[in-house]
Design a protein around this ligand. Structure first.
Ligand SMILES: [Zn+2]
Length: 259
């Protein structure tokens, strides 16, 4: 695999504009199970109930309580080496954007700031009337809701929903436009831990490819984007990215984020 890592380093060494696109695989290394894993913990949760507006409207207590459980798991998880390297990349490149499909906050906690979240944020709640978004952590909410204690907008007193992009809903315009812009002008597009089946992943790769960007995929398993990648590193991101960073920055092993 050494030669592959060398090619990866070459791709990043001369880039001025980098676009990083991450998915559930990046957080899996931090111990967060994904919704889409066939045998995963979330297999017991029917996406039609827990990840659609209709499901929420018919069972808001059950849906909110699942998201509260998810929040506790995310709160207990720590960023891994991949999150940390991606955060450090920001300052190396004049033009940089991280677009993540993940609703956890591990990228932010690792230090990423130039980023957009195209599937929303697990900590957010949004008023079903005025659409204002609030941070659930700023309210004293119970761990488990009843129909009487469901979170409500402090202005309208209308029910709030999780600020997540559910099936059948659109990615917020601002996040989509920023991603398309960076995909259309990057020198390197790095795809990490996503099959790319949802939320424009394929379109981003197509745009990046069209104007001559090098497409790099780091993913232990092959996805639909792999055939478009110039370089596929079939390793976990927490393994491959620290090797890349060490070679690029010349930092000694002791300076590396923990694997
Ligand atoms: Zn409101």
């Amino acid at each position: 695999m050494t030669h592959k890592i060398d090619e990866l380093v070459d791709a990043f060494a001369n880039a001025r504009s980098v676009f990083v696109f991450t998915g559930a695989g990046a957080s899996k290394e931090s111990g967060l199970p994904t919704f889409r894993e066939i045998d995963g913990e979330w297999n017991q949760y029917d996406p039609m109930t827990y990840a659609t507006l209709d499901g929420f409207l018919s069972e808001p207590v059950r849906v909110w309580n699942m998201y509260r459980l998810r929040q506790r798991q995310i709160g207990d998880a720590q960023p891994n080496a991949a999150h940390i390297v991606i955060a450090q990349m920001e300052s190396r490149y004049p033009h940089f954007l991280l677009t993540t499909q993940n609703v956890d906050d591990l990228h932010e906690r690792a230090g990423s700031r130039k980023m957009v979240k195209i599937h929303g944020d697990c900590w957010g709640m949004r008023c079903m009337h005025c659409s204002e978004v609030f941070d659930t952590r700023e309210f004293s909410l119970p761990d488990e809701f009843t129909s009487e204690t469901l979170p409500r907008c402090p202005h309208c007193e209308v029910l709030c929903r999780p600020n997540i992009v559910w099936f059948g809903e659109f990615v917020p315009d601002e996040a989509m436009f920023a991603s398309i812009e960076r995909a259309s002008s990057c020198d390197v597009m790095l795809v990490v831990g996503t099959s790319g089946e949802v939320s424009g992943g394929y379109g981003f790769v197509e745009r990046a490819s069209m104007h001559g960007a090098t497409i790099v995929e780091i993913n232990p398993t092959e996805g639909i984007l792999t055939q478009h990648a110039h370089l596929w590193i079939p390793e976990p991101a927490g393994v491959a990215l620290p090797k890349l960073w060490q070679s690029l920055t010349g930092l000694g092993r002791n300076s590396l984020p923990p694997a």
